[in-house]
Design a protein around this ligand. Sequence first.
Ligand code: GDP
Length: 395
Amino acid sequence: MHRTATQKTATRKTAMHKTLVVTNDFPPRPGGIQAFLHNMALRLDPERLVVYASTWKRGREGAEASAAFDAEQPFTVVRDATTMLLPTPGATRTAVRLLREHGCTSVWFGAAAPLGLMAPALRKAGAERLVATTHGHEAGWAQLPAARQLLRRIGESTDTITYLGEYTRSRIATALTPDAASRMAQLPPGVDEKTFHPGSGGDVVRARLGLTDRPVVVCVSRLVPRKGQDTLILAMPRILAAEPDAVLLIVGGGPYEKELRKLARETRVTDSVRFTGTLPWSELPAHYGAGDVFAMPCRTRRGGLDVEGLGIVYLEASATGLPVVAGDSGGAPDAVLDGETGWVVRGGSVEETAERITVLLGDAELRRRMGERGREWVEEKWRWDLLAEKLKALL
Ligand code: GDP
C-alpha cells in the first residue's frame, strides 16, 4: 500500500523526534547559561532542532547581532522581537505554532522558570517529552514562596526537571511534588576539553603581561562580590609574605571592578594585581594557562539568594591542568574533588584562601599532581559530548 505524501511526512516527522528549544538564554547574549544551551544545541542533530529565543538587545544592533549569529548556526533559530521572552499568551501561541509547523515531539526549556509554564499548552499541542533545565539561581529561589509555587507547577507539567549537581538538586527538590522530584535528572554543563588543555598558550600571555618567571594566581569570572576576587586581593599580603613575586591575575569584567581596584590600592598590592577586563572567548584558554594556580573563593550572599550554581570555571581550570582553590558557596564544591583536584575553602575566608594558595605556590609537585588529576576528571566526567548524550536520552 502506498502512503500519501502527507502520511509520509507525518510518519517521518514522528520518527525524527524533533526538539523545540524555548529559551531566553542564547548567544550572542554572553554568559554561562547561554554557553550551556549553545554547546548542547551544537551537539544535537541540527535537522531535528528548532530554537525559539528572545533577541539579544533592544534596537537595531541587538537584532543585527542576533541575526548574524543565527545565520551561522547549523540549526533553525526563530527570534522573538522581545528581549525577554515570558510565558504570555502571545509567546505561548508562537511556541505552539513552531512545535506544530516543525513537527516537534519534544521540548527543552533552557531555563525552567518561568518559560516552563508553557508546558501544558505545548503538551496539548502534541509535545510528548518536556524537559526543563535548572541552573544555579533556582536553588536560591526555591526558598521563596512564590518561586516555589512556580517551580512546583512546572515540575508537575513537565517530564523531567534537570539539575546541576547535588547542591541544587537538594534545594530545588523541596519545592516539587515527591513525584516530580523523583523524575529529576542531572544535566550539568560540560567543558570543552579540546579548547581548555595544558599548554594552551599561557607563556605568551605571561610574556605579554611581563609575568614570565613570576608565580601567577589566576581567577576567571565576572566581577561581582559573590565570586570572591575581593578575598583574593585581601589574601595577597599573606601570599606575598611567602612568595614576594606572586601576582594575582584577575580575568573578567563586571560591576565590582571599581571597588576591587580601590581595594587593591587600600591593601597596597596594586603592583601584584593585574586586571584584564572582559576578554573574548578565544583569549580565555591562554589566560587560564598563564596561571600556576586557579583560585575563586566564592561565597554565598543575600541570605542564600546569591549563590554559586556549579562553578564551571573550576572545571575549565582543571581541564587546563591547574590545581584549583574554590569557595564553598552552593554547588561550587561539586566542581572540585577536594584534596585531589584542589581544595574547597570557606568562601570569604582570607586566611584559608591565602594558606591554600601559598602551599600550592610553594609545591610544584603538588600542583602537577592536582592539575593532572583535574584534567583526567574532566575527561572522564565533564566532556560536552558525554553530557549531550544525556540530554538526548531525556528528550
Ligand atoms: P556565572 O557567570 O555566574 O554564570 O558563572 P559560570 O562559572 O557559570 O560561568 C562563567 C563562564 O563565563 C565560564 O565559562 C567562564 O570561562 C566565562 N567567563 C568568565 N569571564 C569571562 C570573560 O572575561 N570573557 C569570556 N569570554 N568568558 C568569561
